[in-house]
Design a protein around this ligand. Structure first.
Ligand SMILES: *[C@@H]1O[C@H](CO)[C@@H](O)[C@H](O)[C@H]1NC(C)=O
Ligand SMILES: *[C@@H]1O[C@H](CO)[C@@H](O)[C@H](O)[C@H]1NC(C)=O
Ligand SMILES: *[C@@H]1O[C@H](CO)[C@@H](O)[C@H](O)[C@H]1NC(C)=O
Ligand SMILES: *[C@@H]1O[C@H](CO)[C@@H](O)[C@H](O)[C@H]1NC(C)=O
Ligand SMILES: *[C@@H]1O[C@H](CO)[C@@H](O)[C@H](O)[C@H]1NC(C)=O
Ligand SMILES: *[C@@H]1O[C@H](CO)[C@@H](O)[C@H](O)[C@H]1NC(C)=O
Length: 714
């Protein structure tokens, strides 16, 4: 085969080999192309890793009717031939580069012209055409998200340098979709302008044109273009031109004055400081849907899909011009060739960041948005908060609305921390034992990880054998709560944590608005008020606090010599999987009898794994009044804790399952290091009609109170 000379032949073979290896590396195994879905409340969004594209956005209209409001294809194959870039990420440099070239640090880079003499959207094989890797996909998170990753190589589409790109789509707050586009230049300076190219029709992707949509653009200037759509370099005011959307205007009001419709870069008002700014509000009066858009980009391309011709889309609908509008937040087009435009150059080691935030609502349903306003905008920061009154102080953290420490004096006035926990807020992100945390939506166990309510069977996530424990793998103790009030300097200092649980979270039905208040009252009293309003569906609710108490001090060994009295004459015994059998039996003449004050350890050896059982608190069940629950006394320190609650049950748990957990001050917590008194609805009540119901109907509010008093006398 190789007839020239051995050397030439070797070089040839070597270079073919190198090319082969390079190509192989880039393909490695090309990831499979699939659809991925994120869901939160009534908002659901589908993606595909071809082009890291948004494939559908489904949101309710003013009557609650759902529709898909972006253009796209039914199958992933459609995205392999997505010439209009429906929903896709576009890059390395979106929009046009005039003459398909630019000069950077003295080198002229000749690109591939794919629109006349210009390069459009990164060239013929841009980021919208390639297959991305799914680097993270967390469907069940509080703010579910997916991250697509792509490694762009030096010379790809003739751009300089390797670039590592990540695009994260995340659902947060009330019907919000955020898009985070990041690109790190690894080894060479390169232009970067990565955007999302969704085509919006708020009436529904298949409902005709968007000429009656109202658009408001927070942009007083545009960068006009020549007849090849390349910016002239001028930046001109929109005032008195058909481009003026400073006040809301219908898209169609002046579109005929522009030869082929809108396709121009607007300069977003405000400083070019990379901070989030209002970009646009779009409203469709027919459906009532409203879309608001914020971004940190300096520009936004407003495009009325003028070039969309005969594109066969979802459900066989054929998309044409004006079927949708695009709001591509971006760096200015052809910025590489206009020194007066904000630079799009990213130097080696630096990272490009482009953020978009969409919010969907519907006119006439703003009340829902207002009701959800307390919902987190961005996930709140996790911190410690302290409440203090006299010698009594309590520390809390908004991860899990958790009690992190309770410091009280002993009989000699010596202070100690009497609950188990961690030193740093970070450690509460891995609080497998629920130290001090609020547990929900349904604390304790649900057998078979399922229940039936109003004829619908809900299948939950089993996270303890076949059962659901403490609300599922990511319950209320694991999520970050918002601090809705924090009043430190009051006579009765308090803090209120808020959490908006969404329909389908951990597979429970309906939206739920939850508040937990911790308040210091009177002399060394701590009140805990847990409320949860069911917004739209009936749902079980059983929210508890899971503090681990050791009155001698969190780091002093076991609680077996401490004494306890439980104002409860009955228990709900369980099977081997800790699921109630349904019976309710007296404690008399059993090791469970704590009707009189007794040491915890007196009969614990009669039980295979210590106490872990629901007691039926004496007094009428469900009258919602506070009742005496327990008194705990530590003879060594003299500390006494009294507990009252309105709950019908209390789980008495002697922390048998605590094994080698590194806690505060590096202390290692072991079995029996603490006891829990989780006042609660009965475990698995959803599957036991003879237990007090834990169902909360729409519009109704669950209320659970606990009152602790610390002293040194019984
Ligand atoms: C979801 O849609 C239902 C039905 O329209 C509505 O009742 C409910 O309020 C919506 N949830 C949210 C969070 O908007
Ligand atoms: C491309 O550039 C050449 C040379 O300047 C010019 O003759 C031609 O008209 C251009 N093509 C288009 C489509 O603008
Ligand atoms: C674009 O404009 C240039 C100069 O203004 C003109 O010479 C050229 O013919 C125009 N090209 C097209 C395709 O209209
Ligand atoms: C706080 O502790 C000190 C020292 O033991 C004691 O003198 C004081 O009375 C305590 N204050 C209250 C309000 O209990
Ligand atoms: C979380 O805690 C468990 C149990 O203590 C431990 O095995 C694990 O390494 C921890 N994980 C992290 C990420 O800290
Ligand atoms: C889960 O249920 C299956 C089927 O009933 C049973 O075989 C299995 O032993 C159960 N697992 C546990 C951990 O209880």
């Amino acid at each position: 085969m190789c007839k020239v000379s051995l050397l030439v032949c070797l070089v040839l073979v070597a270079s073919v080999f190198v090319e082969y290896v390079v190509a192989k590396q880039h393909q490695h195994h090309e990831p499979k192309v699939k659809f991925y879905e994120l869901k939160k409340g009534n908002l659901s969004v589908k993606f595909t890793n071809r082009g890291a594209s948004i494939a559908s956005v489904i949101v309710p209209d003013k009557n609650g009717k759902l529709a898909d409001i972006i253009l796209g294809y039914d199958s992933v194959e459609g995205y392999a031939n997505n010439t209009p870039h429906l929903g896709s990420i576009v890059g390395r440099v979106a929009n046009r580069i005039g003459g398909a070239k630019f000069t950077l640090n003295g080198i002229t880079y000749k690109l591939i012209a794919n629109e006349g003499n210009n390069t459009l959207h990164g060239g013929p094989g841009g980021f919208g055409d390639v297959v991305w890797r799914v680097s993270k996909y967390e469907k069940d998170a509080q703010s579910p998200f997916i991250t697509f990753a792509y490694r762009s190589f030096d010379g790809e589409q003739r751009f300089p340098g390797d670039v590592s790109v990540y695009v994260t789509y995340k659902l947060l707050g009330y019907q919000k979709l955020s898009v985070i586009m990041k690109a790190k230049a690894i080894n060479k300076a390169t232009p970067v302008n990565i955007i999302n190219h969704a085509y919006w029709n708020l009436h529904g992707h298949n409902t005709g044109n968007i000429l009656s949509h109202t658009v408001q653009l927070f942009a007083s200037k545009v960068t006009p273009t020549d007849n090849a759509s390349i910016p002239t370099g001028e930046i001109v005011p929109v005032e008195n031109t058909p481009f003026d959307f400073l006040k809301p205007q219908t898209v169609g009001s002046r579109i005929d004055k522009i030869p082929s419709g809108y396709d121009i870069n607007y300069v977003i008002d405000g400083p070019n400081d990379h901070k989030m700014k209002k970009v646009a509000i779009v409203h469709d009066s027919k459906s009532g849907r409203v879309m608001k858009l914020w971004s940190n980009s300096p520009g936004v391309q407003f495009y009325t899909s003028n070039g969309l011709i005969n594109i066969k889309g979802k459900g066989g609908v054929v998309y044409g011009p004006r079927a949708a509008l695009c709001l591509e937040t971006q760096g200015f087009p052809d910025a590489v060739n206009h020194p007066n435009f904000p630079s799009v150059i990213v130097n080696p080691g630096k990272t490009f960041k482009h953020l978009m935030l969409f919010q969907f609502s519907a006119k006439g349903t703003e009340f829902a948005a207002v009701a959800a306003k307390h919902d987190e905008h961005h996930e709140p920061k996790v911190k410690f908060y302290q409440l203090k009154k006299g010698n009594f102080s309590v520390t809390l953290t908004n991860r899990g609305a958790t009690i992190a420490s309770v410091i009280v004096p002993d009989k000699n006035g010596k202070l100690a921390d009497v609950v188990l926990g961690f030193d740093s807020v970070e450690e509460y992100a891995n609080n497998t034992q629920y130290f001090g945390a609020i547990v929900g939506r349904v604390a304790n166990r649900i057998s078979g990880a399922k229940f039936t309510l109003n004829g619908v069977t809900y299948k939950l996530i089993a996270n303890e054998g076949n059962n659901t424990l403490h609300g599922g793998p990511k319950g209320f103790g694991d999520v970050v709560w918002r601090v809705s009030e924090y009043v430190k300097n009051d006579r009765f200092p308090y803090i209120t944590f808020a959490y908006r649980s969404f329909d389908g979270e951990q597979r429970f039905p309906g939206d739920l608005s939850v508040y937990v208040t911790y308040k210091l009252l009177g002399y060394q009293k701590l009140g805990v008020a847990m409320t949860a309003k069911a917004l739209n569906k009936a749902t079980p609710v059983n929210i508890v606090n899971h503090a681990y108490w050791n009155l001698h001090g969190h780091n002093t060994g076991n609680i077996l010599s401490q004494k306890i009295q439980l104002f409860a004459s009955k228990v709900t015994p369980t099977d081997d999987a800790a699921i109630p059998t349904g019976k309710i039996i007296p404690v008399k003449n059993t090791p469970f009898d704590f009707l009189k004050l007794r040491t915890v350890g007196s009969r614990i050896n009669k039980l295979p794994s210590g106490y872990n059982i629901n007691y039926v608190v004496d007094g009428p069940a469900n009258d919602q009044k506070l009742k005496k629950v327990a008194i705990v006394q530590d003879p060594k320190s003299g500390r006494v804790m009294k507990l009252w609650s309105n709950a019908p049950g209390v789980q008495f748990y002697t922390s048998y399952w605590l094994k080698n957990i590194k806690g505060k001050g590096g202390y290692i917590y072991q079995s029996s290091a603490a006891l829990c008194l989780e006042t609660q609805g009965f475990p698995d009540a959803v599957n036991h009609p003879n237990f007090p119901s834990v169902i909360v109907n729409p519009g109704k509010t669950f209320k659970h109170f606990m009152l602790f008093e610390f002293s040194t006398k019984i």
